[in-house]
Every structure is written in structure tokens, then in C-alpha cells.
Design a protein around this ligand. Structure first.
Ligand SMILES: Nc1nc2c(ncn2[C@@H]2O[C@H](COP(=O)(O)OP(=O)(O)O)[C@@H](O)[C@H]2O)c(=O)[nH]1
Ligand SMILES: Nc1ncnc2c1ncn2[C@@H]1O[C@H](COP(=O)(O)OP(=O)(O)O)[C@@H](O)[C@H]1O
Length: 190
């Protein structure tokens, strides 16, 4: 049995990663989603173990010390990390897995999984990005400003990715990512 594909989806806050991932999972039900650990507080409606594993700083530091994270990063004042065992076990069973993570973490994953597929979700414009993150209404103005300045740095690291997908329209963005996954399965690996 061949190993599954490791797909990394990054992109600035508010670009629509969560929305696109949810749509993608209903279009491609066999695609497994990696649930990250974070020290961020849950937003209204977020469920522990579904959206994230919500951890205290101490619990998160323990996960780092016990080598339970494939990668982790600090982003706008909170820690985020990918539980290692779940990713490795999923790939070993031949299933594809998608990690929705920010750029620093994605670059660390690339060192460990050079055969991973790195997809960057792009906003149609920076103005549209700001409108989306503001429209979601989950962040304070100071956090939005911080996330917008991080967004510019993140977009500057696009050259480390294999694919850039513009999220102009959710179904179109999903179709593009689905096409990438299909093409990668057909690829002749040398
Ligand atoms: N490195 C890393 N980044 C993560 C992980 N999980 C989520 N992130 C990223 O952390 C950033 C902030 O996530 P979040 O607070 O949920 O905000 P949102 O992306 O604006 O909904 C986003 O870029 C996520 O993709 C992870 O396990 N590792
Ligand atoms: N293609 C799109 N067109 C218009 N609005 C979108 C699109 N994709 C996502 N959104 C909206 O933008 C906001 C941010 O999306 P979200 O998925 O939370 O982003 P992220 O996970 O990247 O931070 C949400 O209110 C969402 O409904």
C-alpha cells in the first residue's frame, strides 16, 4: 500500500482557510483533517477536539517536551501545533491528510516531509482580506491590525509553496485544491 499524501494549506488569517477546508471535506470525505493543539481561547461555537485541542500554556509546553508535536509555532501571541502521532498513523494507513497551519510551521513540516504538497491560499486583494477578517467579527481591532501586518510577511513567503490558490469564490477554490490532489496522485515520482 502506498503512503497517503500530506497536504499543507496555509494562508493569512481571514483568507478563508477554515471555510475552504470545511467545503473540501464535504467534497472529498476520504480526506483526513489534522486537528491542531492551541493555547488560543475557543471562539463562540468552537468545540474542543473538533476545531482545536484547546490547551493551557503548561499543557502545550508538556506536549513540546514530550515530542508530541510534529511542528509548532507562536502566532500573534498564542501557540499552535500539529499532533505528531495522528499525522504519521494516518499517512501509514495510506490516507491523505490536510494540515491547515501558518507559514513558520509549514516550513518546518517541509524539512521533515519534503514530498508534502504545500498550498498557499491567496486573498483576491489585501482590502478584501481585511473585509473578511473584520466581517467574521471574532477578533478585536488590535488583533486584526496585528494579523494584517503578519499577512504581508506571510504572502512574501509564497515562493516556498508548490501551489497558489486564490480564494475568490469558495467552490472554485475547493475545485482547484481538489484538482491539485488528483494531479498529485497521478504524478510519476522519480
Ligand atoms: N504552525 C501551526 N499553525 C497553526 C496550527 N493550527 C492552526 N494554525 C494557524 O494559526 C493561525 C491562527 O489560527 P486561528 O487563531 O484559528 O485564526 P484563523 O486562521 O484566523 O481562523 C492560522 O494561520 C492557522 O492556520 C498548527 O498546528 N501549527
Ligand atoms: N471565497 C470567499 N468569499 C467571501 N467570503 C469568504 C470566502 N471565503 C471565506 N469567506 C469569509 O471570510 C471570513 C474568514 O474566513 P475563515 O474561513 O474564518 O478564514 P481563515 O480560516 O483563513 O482565518 C469568514 O467570515 C468567511 O465566511
Amino acid at each position: 500500500m502506498s503512503k497517503g499524501l500530506l497536504i499543507v494549506l496555509s494562508g493569512p488569517s481571514g483568507v478563508g482557510k477554515g471555510t475552504v477546508c470545511t467545503a473540501l471535506r464535504s467534497r472529498v470525505p476520504e480526506l483526513v483533517y489534522s486537528v491542531s493543539a492551541t493555547t488560543r481561547s475557543p471562539r463562540l461555537g468552537e468545540v474542543n477536539g473538533v476545531n482545536y485541542f484547546f490547551k493551557s500554556r503548561e499543557q502545550f509546553m508538556d506536549m513540546i517536551d514530550n515530542d508530541q508535536l510534529l511542528e509548532y509555532a507562536e502566532y500573534v501571541g498564542n501557540y499552535y501545533g500539529t499532533p505528531r502521532d495522528f499525522v504519521e498513523e494516518t499517512l501509514a494507513t495510506g490516507k491523505d491528510i490536510i494540515l491547515e497551519i501558518e507559514v513558520q510551521g509549514a516550513l518546518k513540516v517541509k524539512e521533515k516531509f519534503p514530498d508534502g504538497i504545500f498550498v498557499f491560499l491567496m486573498p483576491p486583494s489585501l482590502d478584501e482580506l481585511k473585509d473578511r477578517i473584520q466581517g467574521r467579527g471574532t477578533e478585536s481591532q488590535a488583533t486584526i491590525d496585528h494579523r494584517m501586518s503578519v499577512a504581508v510577511d506571510e504572502i512574501n513567503l509564497l515562493q516556498h509553496y508548490d501551489y497558489a490558490v486564490v480564494n475568490d469564490e469558495i467552490n472554485l477554490a475547493c475545485k482547484r485544491i481538489e484538482s491539485i490532489i488528483i494531479a498529485e496522485h497521478c504524478k510519476v515520482r522519480k
